[in-house]
Design a protein around this ligand. Structure first.
Ligand code: ADP
Ligand code: MG
Length: 452
């Protein structure tokens, strides 16, 4: 693909996404060339890159690969010259040599979100371990666990915790070179350094970090040369006793197409997971956001029950929860109203509907059948051998947990079984999970992939 092709691709995208989305998100992209199977783009800010990737990534890939079949992925990066290096006025002028690496270091990392600090992080049962580990690392004392590996589903606070560690370390030890990048940026920079013949700069940048954080490393799956480079970087830093902090959406061993030696290195420190939020945590997060909001809008009135209702109904992830609340605030301030239950239901009807239709019994059956490699017909059929009955019970258990279906309704969807059979299945799995951690892990993985 060349620049003119990008012109054509842009036009096609304009038709698909509409003029205003086009102007906001596609137009600012600057095509930067193709490297292997990756089409690279410059973006004005890291946020634009993330947003575009999440919302239009697939479409852009599709259109680009129509021009050039080799293209399978897109990557976005803020060109170094455009990033603003934070000032460090309080520091004495460093040596010339270190300065250049230093400057790179400052530019090399992604921007940290100022809202992602520890004081804004609400701690509850599901995230207390991850929070404690992050706190410990942020104290910056002796490196006790290396790497710290944080994992958990989308929107559970991994990035928030990593930024919080970075902020805290910068505050406590301004001279420490703290480098935070997404795995995608790591790859992008690596590919770019290869293309420009500047791999030394790349190595210098990453291997001079005192603390390296790489977010969302599941992105490395299947990207062999990037994995290789990451592995070397990792070893070089660990060898110097430099702290490494990694996040992913699943446990190291669960990341497909990640080399074994890398997975096992990633497991060699402390692995902690962020569990899905529970009602109390969601309510706590909502309350803390309301408190923050009240500081600017003291007149804000929220009727009883509204926050409970949201915490109950929006259980997908914290990002969705936050988005809902922001919309509610905006709406209420526009029409100058207090936030009642009715306003909430009106204003958030789409979000509420989306979290309603979330997971179906059939989806659960399919996912579980696939996981255990059995046929759908056996999943709902009459055979009772253990190899079929166990997955079936797991699917029943998950149906009870993840949908609002009643036991009789679930039974009907399992080939017309009685509700007592379903109840028995659910109980059986509950007790097995308590005894058998492998089983519990397995089910946890299934649940995650269903909720993803
Ligand atoms: P992840 O990286 O795990 O996908 P993020 O760290 O981006 O998730 O979190 C998504 C959003 O939810 C962010 O705005 C973050 O500030 C917020 N969030 C997540 N967990 C918490 C928490 N425990 N307390 C406060 N805000 C949270
Ligand atoms: Mg994240």
């Amino acid at each position: 693909m060349i620049n003119e092709d990008w012109g054509t691709v842009r036009e096609n995208l304009r038709k698909q996404v509409g003029q205003s989305a086009y102007a906001a998100w596609i137009e600012p992209l600057e095509f930067d060339g193709v490297s292997g199977s990756v089409a690279c783009f410059h973006v004005p800010t890291a946020f634009v890159g993330t947003y575009v990737n999440q919302h239009y990534g697939d479409q852009i890939v599709r259109e680009c690969s129509a021009m050039n079949k080799a293209i399978e992925r897109v990557a976005f990066a803020v060109p170094a010259s455009r990033e603003v290096a934070p000032k460090r006025a309080h520091r004495p002028e460093p040596q010339r040599q270190t300065q250049s690496v230093d400057e790179m270091m400052e530019r090399g990392g992604a921007q940290l979100d100022p809202k992602h600090v520890f004081s804004n992080f609400v701690v509850g049962k599901p995230n207390e371990l991850a929070h404690a580990a992050a706190r410990r690392v942020a104290e910056g004392g002796e490196v006790t666990f290396n790497p710290l590996f944080l994992y958990g589903g989308v929107g559970l606070g991994k990035t928030h915790l990593m930024h919080a560690i970075a902020w805290e370390l910068r505050e406590r030890q301004p001279d420490l070179k703290v480098l935070y990048v997404s795995a995608e940026q790591f790859m992008y920079r690596f590919v770019q350094s290869l293309r420009e013949g500047k791999t030394m700069d790349f190595k210098l940048l990453f291997r001079n970090a005192d603390v390296l954080m790489v977010d969302d490393v599941q992105f490395f799956a299947g990207k062999d040369s990037t994995q290789e480079e990451f592995f070397h970087t990792f070893n070089a830093l660990v060898g110097q006793n430099k702290q490494i902090i990694i996040s992913a959406d699943r446990a190291p061993g669960e990341i497909k197409d990640l080399e074994n030696r890398i997975a096992s290195r990633l497991q060699s420190g402390l692995v902690v997971d962020l569990h899905p939020t529970d009602f109390e945590l969601r309510l706590g997060i909502l309350q803390s956001k309301v408190e923050v909001y009240r500081k600017s809008y003291p007149g804000l009135v929220i009727k009883d029950g509204v926050l409970d209702f949201l915490a109950q109904r929006i259980s997908t992830n914290v990002r969705v929860l936050e988005g809902a609340l922001t919309r509610l605030f905006a709406f209420a301030s526009l029409v100058g109203k207090e936030i009642t239950m009715e306003l909430t239901q009106d204003c958030l009807s789409d979000v509420l509907r989306a979290s309603d239709r979330k997971i179906t019994v059939e989806e659960i059956q399919r996912t579980v059948a696939e996981h255990y490699n059995i046929r759908m017909s056996d999943m709902i059929g009459p055979k009772r051998v253990r190899t079929l009955a166990r997955p079936r019970q797991i699917a029943m258990f998950l149906s009870k947990r993840l949908t609002t279906r009643s036991l009789p309704e679930i039974g009907r969807r399992f080939g017309g079984r009685d509700h007592t059979t379903v109840m028995h299945g659910v109980k059986r799995i509950e007790s097995l999970m308590a005894q058998d951690s492998q089983m519990a892990d397995d089910i946890e993985i299934l649940r995650r992939s269903l909720e993803a």
